[in-house]
Structure formats: structure tokens, C-alpha cells
Design a protein around this ligand. Structure first.
Ligand SMILES: Nc1ncnc2c1ncn2[C@@H]1O[C@H](COP(=O)(O)OP(=O)(O)OP(=O)(O)O)[C@@H](O)[C@H]1O
Ligand SMILES: [Zn+2]
Length: 729
């Protein structure tokens, strides 16, 4: 059915809404007509909802009863490229189209007329009388560094009534102001001079410029500190100079002020930002500016991929191997893969940047599907760190401690020399397990099949699956003996205790996402560390990415074996990436760095590969192993997760599906399971998993569709299909 692009008043149009109806519904085009792709308001039952004109109406509904589109919003219509992308993405991820549309309309108040709006922001005077509620309001305002809020949003974020905010206005601590809605974005100047590039950097930048103008994907692989960011900023400059828009995706936590500062230094102004920390009105402003073309560069988390760009010319996926690009809730998609899809529809260039690419991208580059650029050395005089193993079988470790004598002496030396050390442990909290020394009982979550993790800082036990917390009991919930509960194993908080005991005079900074009230506080701490404000840094995996700490010359990995346990098909790959990334934090300036891995199995092939540094050999070997097993990226997989309040019906459905696997067998796919999921209960719901494996070329989604057609689920049971699963919990 061809799309005429414009509909006269009264014409039959199909409108897709984000409501769970499944397909577009027919309406009459409103007075004045409407474009295809227009954002509109339509009546749905008694409600008015947002929708997008999806094309000509299907015509299966009586014209006389057809309701009219209420109004067309004053924003740019959704371009065909984005509509295509949403359709293809819904197909690929096997998600209902309305759910995918919701990802592309996550900006509130799109229909609000432009004009003035009243905002509340920080004033100069401190109120004479402080209350907890007032303190919270001022904290929220400070946390957003000068941004103005709507009254409702501010009150909500601070968990106070609007009266509290109004009260603060009277004291002068908060200012009420009328500001124009949606200020324009400052212009970025791509012609400002960038840093002088090294020869290798300049070559890579040239190659990226040469590849611009149409669709292509390039893997930009450069060792940590080689200047990948400088190189892809040149591609951004080129894209902006062509008058097209650019998008840089960063793993959420790495949306650091450091990166924004680099953009500002390069282009003379800040880019648009899109992530969970952005206020609602800022969201709407950016969303609209993307459509009108007023914003040139957006820096964002994975959901920025769904913004309605007018002319997207470049998508950079920085740290492309990062696990956080896979959305694991709601619509299950991998933003890296979807970036390639969107770019191919928008005739845009993709740059996948990483020091430790995913095996998928490495294989695509080896096969010639992606171009590949390499930066083999660090920029300037900085050298790659030396890497070594500390054989823990030979270290005399005291009970209740985790830092061996070798690391202790290395840290001691650095403190004396005014250098920084980082101790890495990928475990939040105080201790992963709390055990009763009288009966052996381990404290578990009431709603999940998971042990509770002690967080001493919060003075509570926390379930890392569902977030449920409870006070740390004094007696065992099982045998009721008093005072016998003991923590087992280390988390970063416990490691911090040991550091304080061993190095009482050192300045310690613990970087764990849960220890910071806001993203801003975390960012500030990172800046402080970079300026030399700590001697020892303890961190979970948030420290592994992207940070530049010039004084850091030692990285000590407390437990390098941690990621090697478990049956995850990517265990080796992930450990390799994480260890190389963490090690890459050391010695980024003049002083040479060293990374030491505490391990009980120094001969393990993965540990040897990490130490040896022959990355190509590691990937080649890992690729060969996956190929032999027919698993991704050489085979395809889909995870099926059945969940519900009762276990038996889930197994019954699973077994029935497994028996009736004709649709899958016809394309050569195999079904495994049903089996209880490794985490068999989350938030009180039982979980049963199945795994589908197929050859690389098999039409997996179509087969799955046929297989699941007509499936009837009992009340409260749900099924989720995870194409290309990354996690198997
Ligand atoms: N051509 C250059 N001129 C001046 N400084 C540079 C240049 N290239 C890189 N640098 C500096 O070297 C450091 C590392 O560069 P950058 O952060 O771009 O590397 P990266 O490859 O992205 O690192 P990682 O993968 O570890 O995040 C930064 O402080 C950067 O400013
Ligand atoms: Zn739980």
C-alpha cells in the first residue's frame, strides 16, 4: 500500500498509538489535513491519546462511524526512516509495535503550545528555618546544577508537597520565574581546530571522513588511552560540517562531565544530553530539537537511538562491548545492533569504538562486513601498563582479609611516592553471603531465589535481584540462635574496611554506584580523584570504563577468578574485556603503570590471555571455540522466559511447546528445556527458561512466530522472547 505522504481532511488514515492494541486504528484526517508521520491526538474510548499517522487507513471499519483525529501536534512529523526502523526493530525483537513506538515518544507534553512556562530554581538566600522537606528540595535543585523545574516535578523528586516549594520561594531560597519554553540549543562549530593528531590518529580520522556520506559500519579498535575519542570527534566534526546530525551513545554511567567538557572544548558549546538524569522539560526540548534539526549533536544512553532526528549522519557507539547496551527489561534489544539497523535505514555512518570489542563485532570486522581501524599505541609518551599475576596459592593471606602481601607492599610504595592505586572488586556491598555459624543457614530473599547481600553502609541486607531490603537480624531466622550470623566473602565495603585498617593515613575513595545519592555526586567524586584527591580508589565495574586518572599507576584486581565461574557462554570474553579495561586505567600519563591480578589459577587460559596481551590471538581462539559449538556469533539463539505465580503451569506450557516444535525443526532450530531458570524466582514469580538454537542463516524470528502462534497463557503468566540473549539468569 503506497503512502501518499499527505491526507486531505476527512481522508481515512491509520494511526498507531502506544496503547496495547497491537495495530494501527483508522481515523479521519482532521481539519486542515495531515502529513503521514504526523504526531496527533486521537480519541480512544473515553480517552485522548498520542499517536502517529502511520499511512493510509486499512478500510475495514465503517466510514460513517469513524472518529476524527482531534489535533495535529506542532512538531516535525515522524520521518519514514524512523517508522521503518521501528517496524524492523519490532520484527527483529518480536515486540509489539506499540511498545516500540513508546520508546520513540518518551518526551512528555509534546502537544503543549510553545510559550512561557513557570520554573523553579535555586535562589541565593538560605531560609532561616530548615526542615527535612526543605533540605530535600534544595538538594534536588543543587543536584541538577542550575536547571529549572516545573513545580510538580520538583515536588515529586523531592517528595514534598508543592506548598513546601512555594514556602521556599517566600524565603528567597527558591526563585520562581517565567522562561521561554524550549530555548534554542547553542551552535556547535565544527570548524574550530581540534587537537593535533598523531599520525596513526590522523590516518584513522581520514578513513572515517572518507567513509561518511552513506551507510557503513567501522570498528574503531584502539588500546586504552590511544585517543579513540579524539578520532571519532573528528568524524563528528565532519558530519556536522555536512549539516547532518550526530549521535554519540555512551554506557549510561560513563556519561561523565569529562566527555561533555571534551565536546565543549572541541566545538565551543555543549551537546544535547539524553539519559535518565535529564529533566522532563529538557527531554521535551531535546526531542523537538532533534526533529526540527536545531540540535546538531546528541550524547546519550541507549534510548537516544529512538530520537526523531531530522537528518542523522553518524552514530558512534562508544565502549561498544559494554553490557549495558542490552536492555534487559521491557523491550529486549541491543542498542549496538539497533544502531547499525537505524544507520542503514538513515544512510548514516556507524563507528563502534572499543579497546576490547565484542566478539560479534570482531567477527563482523574479520569477515569484512565492518571496516576496521586500529590504534595500536597509547597517545604521546604514555605506555601500556605491565601486567602480572599474583599467585594466591603462595600468598600468606590473613583470615578475613583479601589484599595479599604483594599488593600491600605495592600500594605502600605508591602512597610514599604520591601516586594512586586502584583496587578492583566487582561486588557491591559488604559481604555477598550472611551465614549462621550455628546451623549453616544462609539468609535469602523472601521473593527471589537469591542470597541477600549485606550493605553495612545502609545497615541493611539487600537483594540484588529485586532490590528488597531488610534490617540485618541479630538472630538466625532459621535456628533462632542469637549472635551467630557472620558475613562471608568480600564486597567493596568490606574491602574498604581492610584498606582503612592497613593504610590508616591514606585518603580512600570508594566508587560503587549504590554509595552515591546522585549521578552528579558520583561525577564530582570522579573529577576529584582525577585531580589527585585520593591515594587509594576502591571500585566496582563502574571504574573500568573511560576514566582518566593521571596519577594512577597501580591497578590491583582482588579476585580475577570471579567472572570465570558460571556457565555463561561469554564468561571468558567478559572477563577478558573487564580485566583489560580495568588494567587500562593505569599509567595513562607520564608514569608507567602496572596491573596485578590476584588469582588462584594463573595457568587458566583466559588469565594467561589477559596477561599475555595478545588480543588477536585471544579473539581468534575464542571465535574458533564458538564456531565449533555453533553458538553466537556463529549460530543464533533466543531465550524464552516463562514467568508466573505458580511453577507447575509454567512447566506444563514449556513442555507442551517443546513437544510441538515442528515450526522450529523445519528451519533446523532446536529447543532446550524447559528448565528452572538459574534464578528460579524473582519478585515472587517463578521463572522457567527455554533456549532455542539455530544456524546463523536460519529465519529464526519467523519460525518462533509460527511456533508461538495460538499460545494461550494462564492468568498472570507471561512469556518473554529474548533474541540474541546476553544474560541467562
Ligand atoms: N592528539 C591528541 N592530543 C592531545 N591529547 C590527546 C590526543 N589524543 C589523545 N589525547 C589524550 O590522551 C588521553 C586518552 O585519550 P582518549 O580518552 O581519547 O582515549 P581512548 O582511546 O578513548 O581511551 P579509553 O578506551 O581508555 O577510554 C586523553 O586524556 C586525551 O585527551
Ligand atoms: Zn529479591
Amino acid at each position: 500500500m503506497s503512502d501518499p505522504g499527505w491526507f486531505e481532511e476527512g481522508a481515512r488514515v491509520a494511526v498507531l498509538t502506544a496503547e496495547p492494541i497491537g495495530k494501527p486504528l483508522d481515523y479521519r484526517a482532521p481539519e486542515g489535513g495531515c502529513f503521514s508521520g504526523a504526531f496527533v491526538e486521537v480519541p480512544l474510548g473515553p480517552r485522548k491519546v498520542l499517536g502517529v499517522v502511520w499511512g493510509r487507513g486499512a478500510g475495514d471499519f465503517d466510514m460513517a462511524k469513524l472518529r476524527s483525529v482531534i489535533r495535529v501536534f506542532d512538531v516535525a512529523p515522524m520521518r519514514e526512516e524512523l517508522r521503518d526502523f521501528l517496524l524492523r526493530m519490532a520484527d527483529y525483537t518480536m515486540t509489539a509495535l506499540p511498545q516500540v513506538l513508546r520508546l520513540a515518544t518518551r518526551a512528555p507534553g509534546l502537544g503543549d503550545p510553545p510559550g512561557l512556562r513557570r520554573i523553579y530554581r535555586l535562589g541565593g538566600d538560605a531560609p532561616a528555618r530548615m526542615t527535612d522537606a526543605r533540605t530535600r528540595v534544595l538538594e534536588v535543585l543543587r543536584d541538577h546544577g542550575g536547571a529549572g523545574f516545573h513545580l510538580g516535578e520538583l515536588a515529586h523528586l523531592a517528595e514534598v508537597t508543592p506548598q513546601v516549594v512555594k514556602g521556599l520561594v517566600k524565603t528567597g531560597a527558591v526563585i520562581e520565574a517565567e522562561v521561554p519554553r524550549d530555548l534554542p540549543f547553542p551552535r556547535l562549530d565544527p570548524n574550530l581546530p581540534g587537537k593535533a593528531l598523531s599520525q596513526a590518529q590522523a590516518q584513522a580520522a581520514d578513513a572515517l571522513r572518507a567513509g561518511a556520506g552513506g551507510y557503513s559500519t567501522t570498528l574503531l579498535k584502539g588500546v586504552t588511552g590511544s585517543g579513540k575519542t579524539e578520532v571519532y570527534l573528528e568524524a563528528v566534526a565532519h558530519c556536522l560540517a555536512q549539516g547532518r546530525q550526530a549521535l554519540v551513545l555512551l554506557p549510561e554511567i560513563a556519561l561523565s562531565s569529562e566527555f561533555l567538557a571534551r565536546v565543549e572544548a572541541r566545538f565551543g558549546a555543549l551537546p544535547g544530553e539524553w539519559h535518565s538524569g535529564v529533566t522532563q522539560s529538557e527531554r521535551r526540548r531535546l526531542w523537538k530539537a532533534c526533529g526540527s534539526g536545531d540540535v546538531q549533536l546528541v550524547v546519550g544512553a541507549r534510548s537516544a537511538l529512538f530520537l526523531p532526528f531530522r537528518d542523522l549522519g553518524l552514530i558512534v557507539v562508544d565502549e561498544e562491548h559494554d553490557g549495558s547496551y542490552k536492555q534487559e527489561e521491557g523491550v529486549l534489544y541491543n542498542a549496538r545492533d539497533m544502531a547499525v539497523l537505524r544507520a542503514s535505514l538513515a544512510s548514516a555512518q556507524v563507528v563502534l569504538a572499543s579497546a576490547t570489542p565484542s566478539l560479534e563485532s570482531w567477527v563482523n570486522a574479520s569477515a569484512g562486513k565492518y571496516a576496521r581501524l586500529d590504534l595500536g599505541a597509547r597517545f604521546g609518551t604514555a605506555e601500556m601498563p605491565d601486567m602480572g599475576a599474583i599467585d594466591m596459592r603462595e600468598e600468606a593471606l590473613e583470615a578475613g582479609s583479601w589484599i595479599g602481601p604483594t599488593l600491600v607492599s605495592e600500594v605502600t610504595r605508591r602512597i610514599a611516592e604520591g601516586q594512586q592505586s586502584m583496587l578492583f572488586l566487582n561486588r557491591r556491598g559488604y559481604a555477598p553471603v550472611t551465614i549462621c555459624r550455628a546451623c549453616g543457614h544462609q539468609i535469602a530473599c523472601d521473593h527471589c531465589d537469591a542470597r541477600m547481600v549485606e550493605h553495612r553502609f545502609l545497615k541493611r541486607l539487600v537483594c540484588h535481584q529485586c532490590g528488597e531490603t531488610k534490617p540485618i537480624p541479630t538472630k538466625c531466622p532459621s535456628c533462632e540462635v542469637e549472635g551467630k550470623l557472620a558475613p562471608v566473602g568480600p564486597g567493596v565495603e568490606r574491602l574498604a574496611e581492610e584498606v582503612t585498617r592497613r593504610f590508616p593515613d591514606a585518603r580512600l575513595s570508594v566508587l560503587s554506584s549504590d554509595l552515591f545519592g546522585s549521578a552528579r555526586a558520583l561525577k564530582e567524586t570522579i573529577v576529584e580523584i582525577a585531580n589527585g584527591g585520593a591515594d587509594i580508589i576502591i571500585g566496582t565495574q563502574i571504574v573500568a570504563k573511560g576514566h582518566n586518572f593521571p596519577k594512577l599507576t597501580l591497578v590491583g584486581v582482588i579476585d580475577a577468578d570471579l567472572g570465570l565461574q558460571g556457565s555463561d557462554l561469554r564468561a571468558a570474553e567478559k572477563t577478558f574485556q573487564l580485566m583489560r579495561q580495568v588494567a587500562g586505567r593505569a599509567g595513562r600519563a607520564e608514569d608507567k603503570g602496572v596491573a596485578l591480578l590476584q588469582t588462584f589459577q594463573p595457568e587458566h587460559p583466559v588469565i594467561r590471555a589477559i596477561l599475555g596481551g595478545d588480543e588477536e590471538a585471544f579473539w581468534a581462539q575464542e571465535a574458533a571455540a564458538r564456531q565449533a559449538q555453533g553458538v553466537p556469533p556463529y549460530g543464533r539463539m533466543a531465550g524464552i522466559i516463562l514467568s508466573g505465580p505458580d511453577l507447575q503451569p509454567l512447566f506444563d506450557i514449556g513442555s507442551q511447546l517443546a513437544r510441538n516444535d515442528g515450526a522450529l525443526r523445519r528451519v533446523g532450530a532446536q529447543v532446550f528445556g524447559p528448565a528452572p531458570a538459574p534464578i528460579a524466582r524473582v519478585r515472587g514469580r517463578h521463572r522457567v527458561r527455554m533456549l532455542i538454537k539455530a544456524d546463523k542463516g536460519a529465519p529464526l524470528q519467523a519460525a518462533l512466530k509460527g511456533w508461538l502462534k495460538g499460545l494461550r497463557l494462564p492468568n498472570n503468566a507471561r512469556i518473554a522472547v529474548d533474541i540474541d540473549p546476553q544474560s541467562f539468569f
